[in-house]
Write a protein that binds this ligand. Structure first.
Ligand SMILES: C[S@@+](CC[C@H](N)C(=O)[O-])C[C@H]1O[C@@H](n2cnc3c(N)ncnc32)[C@H](O)[C@@H]1O
Length: 329
């Protein structure tokens, strides 16, 4: 399992960029950018070097943690997956590229694309001293145009990106990303009902085009959750001093809510049930909300079933249940 916290090399690169910048200025910019996101806006307001750095300080640790958690889930399901190249769509400061590089030592080539000049410049600055990432290619331009020209990749990732695409264009973008996917497409979004709705729509559309779900769902069927419920997960991450400062936060950690789907060309061999919330552990039983191949299940394991009780009480929200495995023939 890869750690959800930023790798030391990236932390050092961010700290290096912060030198020479006013932290209060960065905090002010971060607050404005966060407000834009809360109000439903996108990253269009990120125009200057300070904006890009403020965005990275405030949001990169959390989006990195969410991508890493999603990649960890993918690795757990497909332990033999060893991509050699990555395409990071809407790469911004390069978050998903750093996360994928940590998760997959097999990755050798990294192609990034994004429309935002300031974020692209920051991303290139952050990788400049990295032996592994300094030779990334980073195309600047609108996603559909740059994707059309891009080569295919074993792993394609769009992290916190599809929400910035208009409803009418998202389907075409999904098709284009899938066309560039040799093996796996990972889409990660904020863990809100709106983020979930976007992921579910993309999932449904690409399954109709032949995709299979590797994670989180143990099936390619319709999502069994009904509003107001929605599928999302949470990942805890540590806040650095600069991160706390820029967010005006006291707590040394935060919990990022996210939702995701990993779609593959070939169906994966095993599809264990997915734990959908933190299990409810009482003295009498452990009750787990599970997404199984047969739909939603609330599984209760009584304490008197000692071995099973001790096993299921270790379950974590977002993890898998080996008791409910479906083998694909
Ligand atoms: C919220 S940021 C996420 C950045 C990065 N993937 C991450 O996880 O930290 C969204 C990114 O998508 C990019 N983006 C949005 N719409 C785009 C488009 N039509 N073409 C290319 N990039 C786009 C933005 O410029 C921005 O960098």
């Amino acid at each position: 399992m890869t750690s959800p916290d930023l790798p030391a090399e990236l932390k050092a690169a961010l700290d290096g960029k912060l030198r020479g910048f006013s932290r209060s200025d960065a905090a002010g910019r971060a607050a404005t950018i966060s407000k834009t996101y809360r109000d439903g806006g996108g990253s269009g307001g990120i125009r200057s070097e300070t904006d890009a750095l403020a965005y990275a300080l405030a949001r990169m640790p959390a989006t990195y943690a969410a991508v890493t958690a999603s990649l960890n889930a993918l690795v757990e399901i497909s332990p033999d997956f060893a991509p050699s190249n990555l395409l990071d769509v809407g790469a911004g400061p390069g978050t998903a590229t750093w996360a994928a590089a940590e998760a997959f030592p097999s990755l050798q080539r990294f192609a990034l694309l994004d429309a935002n000049d300031a974020l692209r410049a920051l991303a290139l600055g952050l990788v400049a001293d990295s032996f592994r990432l300094r030779d990334v290619s980073y195309e600047r331009g609108e996603a559909r145009a740059t994707l059309t020209k891009a080569g295919t990749a074993d792993l394609v990732v769009a992290s916190y990106m599809i929400g910035e695409i208009g409803d009418g264009e998202r389907r075409a973008l999904a098709e284009l990303m899938w066309a560039k996917t040799k093996d796996t497409l990972l889409v990660v979004e904020p863990g809100t009902p709106a983020g979930y709705a976007r992921v579910i729509a993309l999932r449904e559309h690409l399954i109709a085009s032949g995709a299979h779900v590797a994670a989180p769902c143990p099936h390619d069927g319709k999502c069994p959750l009904a509003a107001p419920d929605w599928c999302h997960f949470t990942q805890r991450l540590q806040r650095s001093r600069a991160h706390k400062h820029v967010k005006g936060a006291e707590l040394p950690f935060e919990d990022e809510r996210f939702t995701y789907v990993a779609l593959t060309r070939m169906a994966v061999a095993q599809r264990p049930a997915r734990v959908l919330t933190q299990p409810n552990v009482t003295k009498a039983a452990v009750v787990t909300k599970l997404c199984t191949a047969d739909g939603l299940e609330f599984e209760s394991v009584p304490r008197r079933d000692k071995a099973a009780y001790n096993e299921v009480r270790k379950r974590r929200w977002g993890g898998i249940s080996n008791r409910n495995k479906t083998a694909i023939s």
